[in-house]
Ligand binder design. Structure first.
Ligand code: HEC
Length: 106
């Protein structure tokens, strides 16, 4: 039986710690669209569609915005739906990822 745990545990550990970069580039399996599609692969934003830059923002600022959107406050319908599809852990992970990217023009 013990060998079974050796096979299963790494998979569980991965599910427990979301990968912010994966979410940014590929979204999640709950319907969150890839952030990069609108906010840019480098997080620099896209003025043409009104998506602000996320790169270099403090992670708590990003998390706070996502939590507000998830509760239907602020943002647009698209962002609200995406935020709603993220778990709190996923919000933290994706916020940490964008926060760690170089701010545009910096
Ligand atoms: C379909 C395009 C689209 C996708 C995909 C998208 N966003 Fe957005 N996002 C926007 C737009 C447009 C705004 C501006 C909304 C507004 O202020 O009305 C925004 C706003 C935000 C803000 C607020 C930033 C600020 O400074 O006010 C955050 C944080 C954010 N998005 C994070 C994310 C994350 C994280 C993801 C991926 C999980 C994501 N977005 C995916 C279009 C998108």
């Amino acid at each position: 039986m013990r060998f079974l745990w050796l096979v299963l545990l790494p998979g569980l550990a991965q599910a427990a710690v979301p990968d912010g970069r994966m979410i940014a580039l590929h979204g999640n399996d709950q319907g969150a669209l890839p952030c990069a599609a609108c906010h840019g692969v480098n997080g620099g934003g896209n003025a043409a569609i009104g998506a602000p830059a996320l790169a270099g923002l403090p992670a708590p600022v990003i998390v706070a915005a996502l939590s507000r959107f998830a509760h239907g406050q602020g943002g647009n319908a698209m962002m609200q739906g995406i935020a709603h599809a993220l778990s709190p852990d996923e919000m933290q992970a994706v916020a940490a990822y964008f926060s760690g990217l170089k701010a545009p023009g910096a």
